[in-house]
Design a protein around this ligand. Structure first.
Ligand SMILES: [Zn+2]
Ligand SMILES: [Zn+2]
Length: 360
């Protein structure tokens, strides 16, 4: 039996922020998605605005087909379940892992489901979280992508699960541990989340490189031990000094500029570990000295998104209070202001902006 579904009348409209074209985000009423057998309908309550949303809005993306509802940092309440759904209870508060993977390919079988050969992502290949309701497809429900939010954790905080899970993916691959010295480039929310996580994992010194003055000032409130403005001083010299001439054990550029990569490689210790966490917005790699990877025996690893297991672990860390994100939420916006929120992300104004549906 469909549960609650009778309460959604035929033709019931819902509000959604629909990306219809480049820089064309329209708030409009759309038909409420129906919840077929095996599917789940989630009433959305919080959805973070991410740089990826901004990229889709400004320049589009190869696989993005319009019109599309963006938003992949999703938390809400289960509103209805379709026939046959056993693992989800109506009324429960859930974080929605955005990746819908096949569960059968070479990568899925190893738990590397973010590398699935046929992955589809909500807010990208499917509609996402900038709407009042979200239909979770059968494959996602079966995979268990609806993660119950621990008691005491707010839906807004739970919407930070996905970016934390991406950071977890990165740092597990890098093996961040005590007594590492970790360099983070970029003091945006991913930079801060990486600093929080590195501290939790035992990093002894955490150094931030950031050239935006506002962010540099703000970063002092977080887990960074040293904040350096590369426009003001020789960052390389300073980092050498802070590490007794050795350089850093781990570098995680959390921004898309190629200079973040070049400076990080320059200040790495021998046998250091380098994380390709952000895609680079350049085709000009001429200033990056990749030979340093060879001479210093640096390990370079990539991280792209997060697996379902990373999401679950991240949600648990948030639930236990091991990682606190309350101090990072800089703005709660109604759905009608998604576009303004995206522009604020572009202008580096505000750290973590979350769309909240309760007040809209
Ligand atoms: Zn994101
Ligand atoms: Zn797969």
């Amino acid at each position: 039996m469909d549960f609650f579904i009778s309460s959604i009348k035929e033709g019931f409209q819902l509000k959604a922020a629909v990306l219809e074209g480049r820089e064309k985000l329209v708030i409009r009423e759309i038909e409420t998605p129906q919840c077929a057998g095996g599917e789940v309908l989630v009433k959305l309550e919080a959805c973070g605005i991410c740089r990826t949303d901004m990229k889709c809005y400004l320049i589009g993306q190869r696989d993005l087909k319009l019109p599309r509802i963006l938003g992949h940092e999703i938390a809400g309440t289960v509103f209805a379940i379709g026939e046959g759904v056993k693992n989800v209870v109506p009324g429960s508060r859930v974080q929605v892992h955005p990746g819908i993977f096949c569960g059968e390919c070479h990568y899925c079988r190893q738990g590397l489901d973010n590398m699935c050969d046929s992955i589809k992502i909500m807010g990208f290949n499917y509609d996402g979280g900038f709407a009042e309701y979200l239909r979770v497809p059968l494959q996602g429900v079966q995979n268990g992508i609806l993660n119950e939010i621990p008691l005491g954790l707010s839906l807004v905080e739970a919407s930070m699960t996905e970016p934390l899970a991406c950071s977890l993916n990165m740092q597990q691959s890098l093996g961040v541990q005590s007594p590492d010295t970790v360099l983070v480039v970029g003091g945006g929310r991913l930079g801060i989340l990486n600093a929080k996580l590195a501290r939790l994992r035992g990093a002894q010194k955490i150094i931030l490189l950031e050239q935006d003055l506002g962010r540099l000032v703000g970063a002092a409130n977080y887990e960074f031990d040293y904040c350096i403005n590369p426009l003001k001083t020789s960052a390389e010299k300073e980092i050498r000094m802070l590490t007794n001439g050795m350089g850093v054990d781990v570098a995680i550029p959390c921004c898309p500029g190629p200079e973040a990569v070049s400076i990080s490689l320059n200040v790495m210790a021998k046998r250091g570990r380098f994380g390709f966490f952000s895609g680079l917005i350049t085709e000009d790699f001429s200033r990056i000295d990749f030979n340093l990877i060879h001479y210093r025996e640096i390990t370079a690893v990539g991280a792209y998104g997060c697996s379902l297991e990373h999401s679950r672990q991240a949600l648990q860390l948030l639930g236990e209070g091991a990682i606190q994100v309350n101090d990072m939420i800089s703005g709660i916006l109604p759905l009608e202001e998604v576009e303004q929120g995206i522009c604020r992300v572009k202008e580096l104004k505000g750290l973590s902006l979350v769309i909240n549906f309760l007040d809209s």
